[in-house]
Design a binder for this molecule. Sequence first.
Ligand SMILES: [Zn+2]
Length: 344
Amino acid sequence: MTNLDGFFLFAFFILGAIVGSFLNVCIVRLPKMQSIVAPASRCIHCATPIPWYDNIPLISFLVLRAHCRFCRKKISFRYFLVELLTALAFVLFYEHFGLQLILVPYLFLLSGFIVATFVDLEHRIIPDEISVGGLVAGLALSLLVPQMHDTSDMTLLAGRWFMVILVAFCFVLLLVGHFLQKDQETTSIEPDTAESDGMFYTMILIACGLVFLIHSLWPLLEKPGWENILPHTLSLEASLIGFLAGGSSIYAMGMVGDLIFRKESMGGGDVKMLAMVGAFLGWKLTILAFFIAPLFGALAGIVVKIRTKESVIAYGPFLALGALVSLFWGNQIIDFILRGYGFF
Ligand SMILES: [Zn+2]
């Protein structure tokens, strides 16, 4: 390890701890619909504003021995855990991807995962600020950083077909569900979620349209003078396809589950979360994440069931784990599977 390498490892650890400290604010405030910028940090027990020297990531928690300086009440270990986890994850990401532009979108995604995981574990929701906000960020970053996506003709062509079939399948399921529900006269969906779901479906249709718009612009973009723009638009197309494939695959699974078990099995938050993953990872790695997540989920589900006799678990953390495995080793795993089936 060179001195410079050591410096960057250290710098990413510090940066991660600082970001983690901000993620803690998001984890506490987003579920309560509070602003994440103002007011400044306060003790959750006595509401005393926390001075800067008590707000140093990792260190303050240890110095104060997990107690508020003013009211002496306990500070949750989660604050320290999130800061340490984020710091270590930043170091791992730097080690794995190197000092490249691609680190920026991936660290964004990681940060979203950490917030989604801790909020979902506590409140059983994934805030729209993370999932829908992350989805928009993923699309924008894809446009800016084309290295995020495999934009080979084969991947885009297969992705477009895969996406169309999945989205069409979702709308068929939606129709079937609609007619079945009419018989039962039950509306399990609350008005506010119905409104945000409606917006989400509109986004899906717009995204589908955009994919084909971009595709129809190809001949124009391949002309001389546009070479610099082409990779960016292809990357955006890959991101849109990933968003649609991710969102509709888990939506379809949830709908099939609903129709079979006649009860809500997959939350809207999970659909939006995998849609966000798709916007960052593209369709291949996202579908892989879709299959990896239940492996973690099943393991944890068994543990939870044995310990608490509860059968409902937060699924967001497993989607995040699946997506991280897919991000780090997905291409090797896909190669391995395709080789196993004799494609090479
Ligand atoms: Zn206090």
